[in-house]
Design a protein around this ligand. Structure first.
Ligand SMILES: C[S@@+](CC[C@H](N)C(=O)[O-])C[C@H]1O[C@@H](n2cnc3c(N)ncnc32)[C@H](O)[C@@H]1O
Length: 554
């Protein structure tokens, strides 16, 4: 029996994968790539991470900073946008259950937040005490409840289990419950169920995280070649099709970043206690090999990499590097600890990482991690330097043309949309300096200045914004900040006088990327300079991160 009813177009049933008998979410109608399968706004758990419960609305999960949010007057720990959010949280029963707990913790220890898993378990335990039926079904019912892999955790992951015992004990103590063996066991089982089924609700725009657990979303199994993905907009989770999904097909998402090497994926998947048998794992395929099997390749006709034959038959030299060498580079890259600040230290790490990536560069395997991460790392560092911020443009162009379309084949995936938006914003910032004639003076790279001076930067920017607007509305909610900002910027550009012809061509291309006139304009005015810029990227990476580093904070 299902723990909750599945939304229209789906049903919960036994996994159709050979040899499996666990539950899964199945499609009962066809979903096309990029379409919304269902939204989930009534989660069992939705909470901000640890200390961010002081800067994020504890109901709607809007990140607000402490001044724009009001604290509950009773516990002074949970903060809310306004009385409406506060009342709504009370109505769910969650804050009603935990308010006294936070007041007690504050008065006895002075603390006003708890580590995320401890708070989550305490919430569940307190709600179980009130006989909350949804919590009882999800966390206690052995048959209808959530999978917890409790025995596997206990037997096969003893270090994790030891950690869980401590966290469970803390939750019981903070919740003010009797520390009996039974209660402690329940707390550990609850923690296992949360670990197995909750989403890490990472908000890439604000860098804050939290957890989100919904009983139907928890029925979705994993694949490293998923056909669906989950995005978040405050308290709502959106399940979207990443590829076309046919009637009867199992809906699968990826529990991990599927673009990282197999050993790294399997390490993370250990927490879920199964062996992934997807094609990417079975045949240890790299991102290029998976890319050519996906029908979503065709959507790239409307993208910064419209050359589909290049995506199907990439000019890479796989003989130069083996899978095990890639894994070794990946592990070494991640063992170098990066700092987020623009400091000599951050540059030193970026430089060591870039050098590690050289064999991937030599093989032209731009899309294989950790090479894209190294390029993005320098792009982010450059953007904090007034003189060299424009260096981020060639790097962003390389990412958008050579890396992302192979890694994340569907152009509506939020990371791809954000990559195109980064180009639009850099062009906007450069455009302001170009208009006053300052750009040529402040930018030290003459090749970059030359390409930009002969390019129609406004048309390039308009094309980026049209791509963002088109794909952001497919891959995310209408409320997504990136989409709202792109729409505003596009309006500004459209209102510029004297660009009617260019705007007409770009509108035509956006309506039909095969239209000969629009397509030719896009190729000459946008794609050509984007590719010229991308071609500068390696030279910039070498100059900035080679042995003689010049990108040092003044
Ligand atoms: C979020 S639950 C998914 C729903 C689960 N199948 C159920 O019956 O409740 C995650 C658990 O499902 C199982 N699972 C998910 N993906 C799997 C896969 N590709 N192969 C085998 N088991 C999988 C594992 O036990 C995993 O810990």
């Amino acid at each position: 029996m299902a723990p909750s009813s599945a939304p229209p177009g789906t049903r919960i049933g036994t996994s159709p994968a050979p040899g499996r008998r666990d539950r899964s979410l199945l499609a009962t109608r066809r979903f096309s790539a990029g379409s919304l399968i269902a939204t989930f706004s009534n989660p069992l758990l939705a909470l901000p991470d640890g200390p961010s419960m002081r800067t994020t609305c504890n109901y709607c999960l809007r990140v607000g900073g402490s001044s724009s949010l009001r604290a509950c007057t009773a516990c002074k720990a949970a903060v809310y946008c306004d009385a409406t959010c506060q009342r709504a949280h009370w109505k769910t029963g969650v804050h009603k259950a935990e308010c006294k707990m936070f007041a007690r913790i504050r008065s006895t220890t002075g603390k006003d937040w708890l580590p995320t898993p401890v708070r989550a378990v305490a919430q569940v335990l307190l709600l179980l005490k009130t006989q909350d039926p949804a919590m009882i079904t999800a966390f206690v019912d052995r048959q209808k409840g959530l999978e917890g892999n409790v025995d596997e955790f206990r037997k096969n992951a003893q270090d994790v289990w030891a950690d869980y015992e401590l966290q469970a004990m803390a939750a019981v103590v903070y919740a003010g419950l009797l520390q009996s063996k039974e209660v402690l066991n329940t707390a550990k089982e609850v923690l296992c169920r949360i670990q197995t089924n909750a989403f890490n609700r990472l908000d890439a725009d604000t860098g804050t995280a939290g957890i989100f657990l919904d009983a139907v979303l928890a029925m979705i199994n994993h694949s490293c070649v998923p056909n669906a993905f989950v995005g978040f907009d405050r308290r709502t989770a959106m399940l979207r099709a990443e590829r076309n999904i046919e009637i009867g097909e199992e809906i699968e998402i990826s529990y991990v970043d599927y673009t990282i090497p197999k050993a790294a994926r399997q390490e993370t998947l250990k927490l879920y206690h199964f062996q992934c048998a997807c094609p990417r794992c079975r045949d240890n395929l790299d991102v290029y090999q998976v890319c050519k099997t996906l029908s979503t390749i065709a959507l790239n006709r409307f993208s910064l990499q419209p050359n589909l034959s290049k995506l199907r038959d990439p000019p890479i030299d796989r003989s130069r590097i083996s899978n095990s060498e890639v894994e070794m580079i990946y592990n070494k890259w991640h063992s170098l600890q990066a700092t987020a600040d623009y400091t000599k230290d951050a540059l030193k790490i970026a430089s060591l990482r870039w050098k590690l990536c050289k064999p991937l560069v030599d093989a032209s395997m731009w899309a294989v991690e950790p090479l894209p991460s190294s390029i993005l790392e320098l792009a982010s560092l450059c953007q904090t330097d007034d003189a060299k911020f424009a260096y981020a443009l060639p790097l962003a162009c390389l990412l958008a043309t050579e890396c992302e379309p192979v890694k994340l084949v569907a152009p509506f995936l939020p990371w791809r949309v954000k990559g195109v938006m980064m180009i639009a914003k850099l062009l906007g910032r450069i455009g302001e300096l170009t208009a006053t004639g300052e750009f040529a003076e402040v930018c030290p790279h003459k090749g970059l200045v030359k390409i930009l001076s002969r390019s129609d930067q406004v048309s390039m920017c308009e094309a980026m914004l049209r791509l963002v607007v088109h794909y952001a509305s497919m891959g995310a909610s209408e409320d997504w900040d990136v989409l709202k900002e792109a729409r505003e910027l596009l309006q500004d550009i459209e209102s510029l006088k004297g660009r009617e012809k260019e705007s007409y061509f770009l509108r035509t291309w956006a309506k039909d990327p095969q239209d000969p006139e629009g397509c030719e304009f896009f190729e000459v005015a946008v794609l050509k300079p984007v590719n010229e810029l991308a071609a500068l990227a390696v030279e910039i990476m070498d100059a900035e991160l080679g042995d003689k580093q010049s990108l040092v904070r003044r």
